[in-house]
Design a protein around this ligand. Structure first.
Ligand SMILES: Nc1ncnc2c1ncn2[C@@H]1O[C@H](COP(=O)(O)OP(=O)(O)O)[C@@H](O)[C@H]1O
Ligand SMILES: [Mg+2]
Length: 317
């Protein structure tokens, strides 16, 4: 296991080692940890890492789940609750409005936050001034760091990026999540789930959740390879870990007369929006060498062609 002591957080070793050392140093000096931006794809463990870091420091992780409705009054209410050295997780930070990001500059630079009137001050709450804010650690988590204002990013000491997990790490994560679902997996069945999880713990969690439901009427004591195989096949996942949309995507590219296609053409043939294809389907196909993109044009690789040569029915072992 890669790092059993880190509050159940497995893998991301270089990042974890580095950040733990900063936290140790901050504790030693009795100061807050520097502000951190955790960037990385959805489901890679940004929220989980922020919580583990706060535990390591020995403080609460207070979460601001940002969205476009999060306004200065909400921020003002949060500021009132903060204590020195708290970890404040600004989750899904790309959804913060420009004006909230600007208010955060002042919190970082001057430790001054907005102050809202209280409900008893009048019927409509509004921003009436500023209030001092304790020295806290802000952790921003997002899969779209490009959407944060450059001026905000400049004020964040540590910009750290999470990468997809190795298969060994994902197997450990799968086993850990399986315990939560009271599912007992053999080493081989954990490997099959991990192979289908596209490098992301969240997908491993979704698969295990559904696996438990799929066999709820007659739960096996230990989930053997055939159980997991049967479940994955019904879910449309083949032995390469390719799902229904992945295969259709590859099929479109393979059977096209052109050597490459545009995202627009592929997504209209799949009847899915471009964002879904570009965000949820293509990254994994690229990382695993099934397709490549050059000047916005998509082409299938030899591996991509081979992978769809065998259909699901022929996929027995
Ligand atoms: N490195 C990890 N070790 C153990 N469990 C993890 C790890 N990363 C993620 N998880 C689990 O996977 C799920 C998704 O992680 P999450 O932190 O919500 O991802 P993100 O915030 O990046 O979208 C959570 O249930 C979390 O507990
Ligand atoms: Mg998250």
């Amino acid at each position: 296991m890669s790092n059993p002591a880190f509050h159940g957080y497995i893998g991301q070793r270089p990042e974890v080692q580095y950040l733990r050392r900063l936290i140790e140093g901050a504790k030693l000096k009795g100061q807050p940890t520097p502000n951190i931006l955790l960037a990385g794809g959805s489901g890679l463990g940004k929220t989980a890492l922020a919580k583990a870091l706060a535990k390591e420091y020995g403080t609460d992780c207070r979460i601001i789940c940002s969205n476009a409705d999060f306004d200065a009054i909400n921020l003002s209410d949060f500021c009132l609750e903060w204590k020195a050295c708290d970890f404040i997780l600004v989750d899904e930070a790309h959804t913060l409005t420009r004006s909230i990001q600007e208010l955060l500059y002042r919190i970082i630079d001057e430790r001054i936050g907005p102050k809202a009137s209280q409900p008893f001050d009048g019927p409509r709450r509004q921003i009436v001034g500023t209030q001092p804010v304790p020295e806290i650690t802000l952790i921003f988590a997002t899969d779209q760091p490009g959407k944060l204002l450059p001026a905000l990013k400049k004020r964040i000491n540590e910009i750290r990026t999470l990468l997809p997990y190795t298969i060994t790490e994902l197997i450990d994560i799968t086993q850990k999540i399986a315990i939560e679902f009271e599912i007992l997996l053999t080493a081989q069945s954990a490997r099959m789930i991990a192979d289908s999880a596209r490098g992301t713990p969240r997908l491993a969690r979704h698969l295990l959740n559904s696996l438990g439901k799929y066999f709820a009427a007659m739960p096996p004591e230990v989930y053997q390879k055939p159980h997991v195989r049967a479940f994955l096949r019904k879910r449309g996942i083949d032995r390469h870990g390719l799902g229904v949309v992945d295969r259709k995507y590859l099929e479109i590219l393979r059977s096209s007369n052109q050597i490459h296609m545009s995202l627009q053409a592929i997504s209209s043939m799949l009847r899915c929006d471009r964002g879904f294809i570009a965000h949820d389907i293509e990254p994994w196909l690229i990382e695993n060498g099934y397709i490549f993109i050059e000047q916005k044009r998509r082409s299938i690789t030899e591996k991509g062609r081979d992978s769809i040569a065998i259909n699901l029915e022929g996929d027995r072992q």
